[in-house]
Design a protein around this ligand. Structure first.
Ligand SMILES: *Cc1c(COP(=O)(O)O)cnc(C)c1O
Length: 400
């Protein structure tokens, strides 16, 4: 038993705000009742605002992985070719899932240190003159590396070569934290879930879809039942679900959406950028290396930090957990043991972040890892010199 709150500084699940916890502390109600329909309509409409879409958003009782599967089985057919980009661990998992469904994946290789390259995608699509590629599938924020891909630029690249492929985006760890525009970027399927920027417990998966994606679902040949969009969309019109929904998570979702809209999405995005930049100021001062090498792609959601050679990241994370009751994210697959990840998303502000960075800095000392003291001061300086901004213009100027 440890005093005080556990610091959950992993990039999802993220800490659940008290307001959301209280909103979920409700009796389960009849999911066929008029009272439920009100809740159903509120969360379905509210979700549209977070995805920045006027089109339908579906909410499945599932993890993000389930929502990945829904995107695949509703749009593609066995044998279809798709283009995916190796941004990191999550892109690799989505690719494996597509392959299991009989999809022929052209996987653009990557070094796990940057987002997807719009020029590389453009070049590959330009060569596909017969339009064999049915979809471009990209992870917006690669949670394993801390690199964010520029989806607007990828859309522009697709438009320049006039390629008709569907654009499917995993916005699982970016939605509600990083600017994301389903309609403006003409994304066909946006995939998300509850336990990252939505600040909810795990258990909800989302698909936001375009008319083009819905049309593809009418003619594709993949078997499906639980994930079938049309089965979901029919009752959704009246605020209902085709099977028992995760009622109490929906209470939480209604509250989380209210919190995001009260703060204002632009302010939410700026806050994440500031906290991320302050984190990088600390990491740079410590003399450690940020895994992401492309400043344009630095993630506002998390920072993956490379350990100095000869030091194990998991050993370090254990020191931090044992001494300071804080969980840091582990390195996944290719970068296991080589990086640790600091989550700075969702329910996070200046003082939460500074406490987390303090735990990291003390952990570096206790674990005997070579570093330069004063990283927390560097982060403080960054935050002091750049007071919280409210204008959307900040979205562009707050960088490294
Ligand atoms: C967390 C995450 C997933 C997986 O979501 P689950 O809820 O664990 O299934 C997929 N993609 C990205 C980018 C993620 O961050």
């Amino acid at each position: 038993m440890r005093q005080g709150r556990h610091f959950l500084q992993i990039p999802g699940p993220s800490p659940v705000p008290d307001r959301v916890l209280r909103a979920m502390d409700m009796p389960v109600i009849d999911h066929r009742s008029a009272q439920f329909a009100e809740l159903g309509r509120a969360v379905l409409e509210g979700s549209q605002r977070i995805f920045q879409t006027a089109g339908p958003v579906m909410i499945f009782p599932s993890s993000g992985t389930g929502a990945w599967e829904a995107a695949i089985v509703n749009t593609l057919s066995p044998g279809d070719k798709v283009l995916m980009v190796e941004t990191g661990h999550f892109a690799t998992l989505w690719r494996q899932m597509a392959a299991r469904w009989g999809i022929d994946v052209d996987f653009l290789p990557g070094d796990w240190r940057r987002g997807a390259d719009p020029a590389g995608i453009e070049e590959r699509l330009a060569r596909d003159t017969s339009h064999a590629l049915k979809a471009v599938m990209v992870v917006h924020n690669e949670t394993s590396t801390g690199a964010t891909s520029r989806i607007g630029e990828i859309r522009a690249a697709m438009d320049r070569v006039g390629h008709p492929a569907l654009l499917m985006v995993d916005t699982i760890s970016s939605l509600g934290s990083v600017d994301y525009r389903h309609d403006e970027w003409k994304v066909d399927v946006s995939v998300s879930c509850s336990q990252k920027g939505f600040m909810l417990p795990p258990g909800l998966g989302f698909n936001a879809i375009s008319d083009k994606a819905r049309a593809a679902a009418k003619t594709n040949r993949m078997p499906r039942s639980y994930w079938d969009w049309e089965e979901m969309l029919k009752p959704n019109v009246n605020g209902f679900f085709p099977y028992t929904p995760a009622t109490n998570l929906l209470y939480g979702l209604r509250e989380a959406i209210a919190m995001l809209l009260e703060e204002g999405l632009d302010n939410v995005f700026v806050r994440h950028q500031r906290l991320a930049a302050a984190t990088r100021a600390a990491v740079n001062h410590w003399g450690l290396e940020v895994l992401c090498q492309e400043p344009k792609d630095f993630s506002p959601v998390l920072t993956a930090v490379l350990m100095p050679p000869g030091h194990d990241a998991d050993q370090f994370r254990k020191v931090v957990l044992d001494n300071y009751n804080m969980s840091l994210g582990s390195g996944l697959s290719k970068v296991a043991g080589k990086v640790f990840r600091i989550g700075h998303l969702g329910e996070c502000n200046e003082l939460t972040l500074l406490a987390a960075l303090t735990g990291v800095e003390m952990g570096l000392s206790v674990a005997g890892i070579p570093y330069r003291a004063g990283g927390v001061d560097a982060a403080m300086k960054y935050l002091e010199q750049r007071p919280q901004g409210n204008s959307p213009a900040h979205l562009k100027v707050v960088g490294s």
